[in-house]
Design a protein around this ligand. Structure first.
Ligand code: GLN
Length: 495
């Protein structure tokens, strides 16, 4: 029998229902895989006792015939989600020692559906980054390597631990969050599937806030079907999040027909960037051809404000972050600096925040407070908000012309080497988000699907962007792309 930790959610669910395996066996297989994968630095807080306890409960529910889809399935949780009594640090020193007394809505929903939490996953500090290198735990490592090389590569960020763990079969799936691309970029870098739902689909309650008007959680999985299954358990209305939508949750899995005949798929001209690697250009053209062969109509579209999205994002996201992070002051949460005799409250704030936040977080707080300051508010923050409206309108216009989904590359390159960007201008790192931030700015759903390998044997992904609230339709188009691409490659085990 295949190693249980390598199963998809769908296959493991079906095996559990047939009585071919138990949640205990699945969970133990994952715990063994995690123990053997320290080199990936994907799991940063291990919760084997909780996992085995939940597996035992799940096995009882399955035996009693009361098993929702996620029941008994072992998953990892990004460190950004508050989990009761379990460290939830957002990969920051400032939350050292913080043990939440409550459970985020999403992890509570997964728990009540019977999912088994294996532990917490590495990420960029406060989800700020694209390489997992801003983490207080040190970077997670991509299980993939360039052929014939042993250079350690980034799994992407900020949900780098989630991506690495799913790609290396340490868990069957994981939660991620995406403010500007943090589900889709790491999914593309590791050959897995990741969907950012429409803003408001998943509750943000209990998820440590980065930029509240952009943050959305979503599943990171081995297949599109698995994303459909897990998203169903994660979303739904939550009165504790005022931006959570009160809409029914469709049966995403049942909608996976993969029938895209007659659908209009737009190819946005502005996403063809100068200097884009030939491999990515080809991947994109091949993806369009696959969708055309499956019966879709491929149309050229224009999203004219695309080039302003990244600069506007890097005003809005830091502005909101500077406000959200004001609560970490050494009084209420986690770390507090050691004070010198005579220090007052101002010194306590200053020393705690200087010690507790890493360089990237400090940069964002400074940029954020600057663009919100009285003299610059109109020039930067208000202007960025206007740009955001124009970006949203670009998408609305295209959807009004009958376009059902938009196909783009997920990332401008394959996974890069760890440390490769550390001396570069921070803007180089920000460029990773060029194809993904537009989707957050417009609040739309977007999914990354692995569709090929580059010349060096690394996975590459394409992104499909859908109409708001139409994740079911988007997943079905992604399923068609996945079927046509037939991506089955796995990283060679070196860890
Ligand atoms: N890489 C982007 C940033 O650093 C996006 C991060 C995210 O989506 N959380 O802001």
């Amino acid at each position: 029998m295949t190693d249980l930790n390598t199963l998809t959610l769908a296959d493991a669910r079906d095996a559990l229902r047939r009585g071919d395996t138990t949640s205990k066996d699945l969970t133990e297989a994952c715990l063994r895989a995690i123990d053997g994968a320290g080199a990936l630095n994907a799991f940063v807080h291990h919760t084997p006792e909780i996992a085995l306890e939940r597996a035992a409960e799940a096995d009882k529910r399955i035996a009693a015939g009361d098993a929702p889809d996620m029941c008994g399935l072992p998953i990892g949780i990004k460190d950004l989600f508050c989990t009761e009594g379990v460290p939830s640090q957002a990969a920051s020193r400032i939350l050292e020692g913080f043990l939440p007394q409550y459970e985020s809505t999403i992890t509570a929903q997964l728990k009540s559906a019977g999912a088994v939490m294996l532990g917490k996953l590495n990420m960029d500090e406060f989800a700020m980054g694209s390489s997992n290198e801003t983490s207080v735990y040190g970077n997670a490592v991509n299980p993939w390597r360039r052929s014939g090389e042993d250079t350690q590569l980034t799994p992407g960020g900020s949900s780098g631990g989630s991506a690495s763990a799913v790609a290396a079969d340490l868990c069957l799936a994981a939660t991620g969050t995406d403010t500007g691309g943090s589900i889709r970029q790491p999914a593309a870098f590791t050959g897995i599937v990741g969907i950012k739902p429409t803003y408001g689909r998943c509750s943000r309650w209990g998820v440590v806030a980065f930029a509240s008007s952009l943050d959305q959680a979503g599943p990171m999985t081995k297949t599109v079907r698995d994303s459909a299954i897990m998203l169903g358990a994660m979303c739904g209305h939550d009165p504790r999040d005022s931006t959570s939508a009160n809409l029914p949750v469709p049966d995403f899995e049942a909608a996976l027909t993969g029938d895209i005949r007659g659908k209009k798929i737009g190819i946005p001209r502005e996403y063809r960037m100068d200097g884009m690697p030939a491999d990515i250009e080809k991947l994109w053209d091949d993806g369009a051809a696959m969708l055309r062969d499956a019966g879709a109509e491929i149309v050229d579209i224009t999203l004219p404000h695309t080039k302003y999205a990244l600069p506007a994002y890097y005003v809005i996201a830091p502005a909101e972050a500077s406000s959200n992070l004001a609560r970490y002051d050494g009084v209420r949460f986690g770390h507090r600096a050691r004070l010198d005799h005579g220090d007052g409250i101002t010194e306590m704030y200053e020393k705690t925040r200087a010690e507790g936040f890493g360089a990237e977080v400090q940069r964002r707080v400074m940029v954020g407070t600057y663009v919100l300051s009285a003299g610059f508010y109109d020039a930067y923050y208000n202007r960025a908000r206007k740009v955001r409206t124009l970006i949203k309108k670009d998408f609305e216009d295209v959807f009004a012309q009958g376009v059902d989904a938009i196909l783009t590359p997920a990332t401008p390159s394959a996974a890069f080497g760890l440390g490769e960007m550390s001396d570069a201008d921070p803007v180089q790192m920000y460029l990773n988000d060029v194809f993904t931030v537009t989707v957050n700015m417009a609040g739309l759903p977007g999914i990354a699907v692995p569709t090929g390998l580059d010349k060096q044997g690394l996975p590459l992904g394409l992104q499909l962007i859908g109409r708001p609230w139409e994740e079911a339709d988007l997943l079905s188009s992604a399923y068609a792309l996945e079927q046509a691409a037939g991506f089955v490659a796995k990283p060679g085990k070196w860890w």
